[in-house]
Design a protein around this ligand. Structure first.
Ligand SMILES: [Zn+2]
Length: 91
């Protein structure tokens, strides 16, 4: 009976990265050096934010969709998730 972490988490667009911390699912859109869109998202599991890499394709029109799946870089958090149609689905 572990508590609900595999339920979908809604993503929420915020205006600055200062608003991301400890707000699971919050994200901001960024522009990367190569002109591609990226994002910084607050991990649905640990609440620490991380940015997408250039290997991610980001559909910035809401609802947010990102591919491929995303792995939280903050050890020991092991969150591995998809973002699709504005929802985060943990694997
Ligand atoms: Zn995490």
């Amino acid at each position: 009976m572990a508590g609900g972490t595999d339920l979908p988490v809604k993503t929420t667009l915020v205006q600055s990265w200062e608003e991301l911390e400890h707000k699971p699912g919050a994200y901001v859109i960024t522009e990367q050096a190569d002109g591609k869109k990226g994002f910084i998202i607050s991990c649905p599991k640990c609440g620490i934010y991380a940015s997408s890499s250039s290997g991610h394709t980001v559909e910035v029109e809401e609802p947010l969709t990102v591919s491929p799946s995303f792995i939280c870089p903050h050890k020991p958090c092991d969150a591995h998730y998809f973002v699709k149609n504005g929802e985060i689905q943990l694997l």
